[in-house]
Design a protein around this ligand. Structure first.
Ligand SMILES: Cc1cc2nc3c(=O)[nH]c(=O)nc-3n(C[C@H](O)[C@H](O)[C@H](O)COP(=O)(O)O)c2cc1C
Length: 338
């Protein structure tokens, strides 16, 4: 699989999409920490009817969302249109990266009625970010996801080795030349603080979530700043190596938030039973990243949809076999037996 992807994408893009920071310890542990958790199924429960849906930002929907991921035209020529159409087709939520290689309005059209969320980075030139917020609002995105774990880029040795360049214009720099990832990353504003989050929550004109929180005290600050949701995330192991995984960081964050905001988690979710474990630990929903890219790389929109369909089917099977037919009823007893 790894070799096939390398052949499809080439070394530079493959390193950028598959890789993580440092020794990639967190990248590996993200998957391991879900697979290490053990489930405790209840038997002889009537599971003839099952409901995987959850309530998120006040709406019933799938607990699965496609994570925001940059530069998707390097994965497949259809880029973000492929992942967005796959999400729409499979009833999966969708978060568009602000480093999109497809204009946000076109992605919104591909998402159709169900819509999607827009991920934001705050750049040194704040006007660039405000313009992106305006584009997102005008295109009909439902919520804004501010990524807060990227004051500077992680130490990504694969990219340093290959010097991977972005060949496609990005929405935040639509008329500009091709840039290296380092040039794009240097645009981020490392002086961002919680005061800026509170301000953005006021001016966003839509619900604001913060993505990249790993500590319960930061989760408290996010709630105080007025966010509607928190994404527990280590950026897919791409920022600081050896940090907490989503599975490890989630329970204390859920406890600190105490229902005052929605809590989502990502990193290393590869199977429907991983999704069930995340919900059992108190997440309201789960974001999936690289598997969607690998589906796109091999089969464009259909490949991405096959990945998302399989995750939903695995979740359905897990709910039945676990004896918890409604995803919303999952709690820690599914893991502890008590
Ligand atoms: C190639 C790639 C690009 C990414 N780009 C962004 C981005 O632009 N904004 C963002 O908030 N997160 C970005 N992320 C992080 C994802 O949103 C998500 O947190 C992570 O990929 C989840 O882990 P998983 O890939 O193991 O499922 C990116 C991840 C990958 C793999």
């Amino acid at each position: 699989m790894e070799d096939d992807l390398l052949a499809l994408l080439g070394e530079g893009a493959h390193g950028y999409f598959a890789g993580g920071a440092g020794d990639e310890i967190t990248l590996r542990e993200n998957e391991e920490s879900w697979s290490r958790l053990r489930l405790a199924p209840r038997v002889l429960v009537d599971v003839a009817e099952r409901d995987p849906s959850v309530t998120l930002l006040g709406r019933r929907r799938s607990p699965l969302l496609v994570a925001p991921m940059a530069y998707q035209k390097h994965v497949h020529p259809d880029g973000e249109l492929a992942s967005a159409r796959a999400a729409a087709r499979t009833g999966t939520g969708y978060v568009l990266s602000s480093q999109t290689t497809t204009p946000p309005a076109d992605v919104a059209a591909a998402l159709g009625e169900r819509g999607g969320w827009f991920q934001l980075y705050v750049f040194g030139d704040r006007q660039v970010s405000l313009d992106l917020v305006a584009q997102a609002r005008e295109s009909g995105f439902e919520a804004l996801v501010l990524t807060v774990d990227f004051p500077v880029a992680g130490w990504r040795e694969r990219d340093k080795r290959t010097g991977f360049r972005i060949e496609h214009p990005v929405a935040l720099n639509p008329d500009g030349p091709a840039l290296t990832t380092e040039q794009l990353f240097a645009m981020h504003d490392p002086s961002l603080t919680w005061d800026d989050v509170a301000e953005l929550a006021q001016v966003a004109g839509m619900p604001l979530l913060v993505k990249g929180v790993l500590r319960p005290d930061d989760a408290e600050r996010a709630v105080d700043a007025g966010v509607a949701g928190i994404v527990v995330s280590n950026h897919g192991g791409r920022q600081l190596d050896t940090v907490l995984t989503g599975a490890q960081a989630l329970p204390p964050v859920v406890e600190a938030v105490a229902g005052r905001a929605d809590v989502l988690v990502d990193g290393g979710v590869r199977r429907g039973w991983d999704v069930a474990k995340a919900l059992a630990l108190g997440a309201d929903a789960v974001l999936v990243g690289r598997p969607v890219l690998w589906g796109m790389a091999t089969g464009g929109q259909d490949g991405a949809a096959a990945v998302l369909d399989q995750l939903h089917a695995e979740l359905d099977s897990t709910l039945a076999l676990l004896g918890v037919p409604r995803a919303e009823d999952l709690d820690t007893s599914a893991l502890t037996g008590r």
